[in-house]
Ligand binder design. Structure first.
Ligand code: ADP
Ligand code: MG
Length: 319
């Protein structure tokens, strides 16, 4: 007798979240088929782990750690993927007048937020000379990097998570997925919509844990938030956190969170860090020059500022 056995296929949402890269990586997707849905979740986590092995300064054997050890002495060959991301970081440094600068780590390396450790003033003053994106020399022909002096260090913490979520969505799209969200810490990339409705992405209250006063409806876009509440410690009323002003070497004050959304997660990640550093006025002026990107900034008084594209249209008759 021949039995017809229907395949165990369920069209449904599939999701998982794991601790990775010092934060949480989550993947949520719609699939017609449970086997495929589960397998694709796993593939996105594997892809993130691969990128982390390349770009983590916490791993001594990562490519970036090797660059940090050797690039002051000679030209170091760099893999395509890392070379492109470093190149993009330098473009964003130029675009932001140096607010975004991956050499921030020359001072950043002296912070340890878990053990409440920070550099003393002498260390900060000395290492400040090692923070300047112009100290990085890329050679496109040989695809190599060189540091102009010793003491320089690079860290892609302000852009790599955007790359991870962008790659994750790329992988899902290539495998036929049409609706998904991949989030790494403060960076999310959305694929399509939430089956007929937009995704609602919340912006946290920077000082009230768990409260989400602002929600943005988005489809097929990326959104990143940089805040002073993710990695920090408070000392005598001063908050020491993980976003460093390249001009002073100290954690940036004045802004509590900066959110940027637009088509590309690598850009929104780097731009949210940049707007945080630049502050409300300069930051929103930068966003006004980028027609595809919008921003929401919450300052140190809790006041919320929106980029031009989010303002209510002016009524010419009312003028
Ligand atoms: P999160 O890591 O919470 O998503 P961000 O995207 O704002 O937040 O990235 C903050 C990270 O960016 C820091 O942990 C650090 O690795 C890196 N960083 C800090 N200051 C700068 C800076 N001025 N330019 C570029 N990267 C920075
Ligand atoms: Mg960022």
């Amino acid at each position: 007798m021949l039995l017809y056995v229907p395949s165990l296929a369920f069209a449904d949402w599939y999701g998982d979240a794991r601790a990775m890269m010092g934060t949480e990586l989550s993947v949520y997707l719609w699939s017609d088929d449970s086997t495929n849905g589960e397998a694709l979740l796993e593939e996105v986590f594997q892809e993130a782990a691969r990128i982390d092995r390349l770009m983590s300064t916490y791993k001594d054997d990562s490519e970036i750690s090797k660059i940090n050890r050797l690039a002051a002495n000679s030209n170091i060959p760099v893999s395509d993927e890392l070379y492109q991301l470093i190149g993009k970081s330098l473009q964003i440094s130029a675009l932001t007048d140096g607010a975004f600068d991956i050499t921030y780590d020359s001072i950043g390396q002296h912070f340890d937020f878990r053990s409440r450790q920070r550099p003393d003033e002498e260390t900060t003053a000395a290492e400040l000379a090692n923070i300047d994106f112009r100290l990085l020399l890329l050679n496109d022909e040989s695809q190599t990097i060189r540091f102009r002096k010793s003491g320089v260090r690079i860290n892609l913490g302000g852009i790599a998570k955007g790359h991870v979520v962008e790659r994750g969505i790329h992988l899902l799209r290539a495998n036929g997925i049409r609706h998904a969200i991949v989030t790494a810490g403060g960076d999310s990339r959305l694929l399509g919509d939430r089956r007929g409705r937009p995704w609602m992405v919340g912006i946290r209250d920077p000082r009230k844990d768990g409260e989400v006063p602002i929600s943005v409806p988005l489809e097929e876009e990326a959104i990143s938030t940089s805040g002073d509440y993710e990695r920090y410690f408070d000392e005598d009323g001063v908050r020491f956190h993980h976003i460093i002003h390249p001009a002073t070497g100290n954690p940036v004050s004045g802004v509590h969170s900066a959110t940027v959304f637009g088509p590309d997660a690598v850009m929104t990640d780097a731009l949210s860090t940049s707007v945080f550093v630049m502050g409300v006025d300069k930051g929103l002026r930068l966003i006004a020059t980028l027609p595809e990107y919008e921003s929401i900034v919450i300052d140190a008084d809790g006041q919320v500022f929106y980029s031009d594209g989010l303002q209510r249209p002016q009524n010419p008759a009312a003028e």
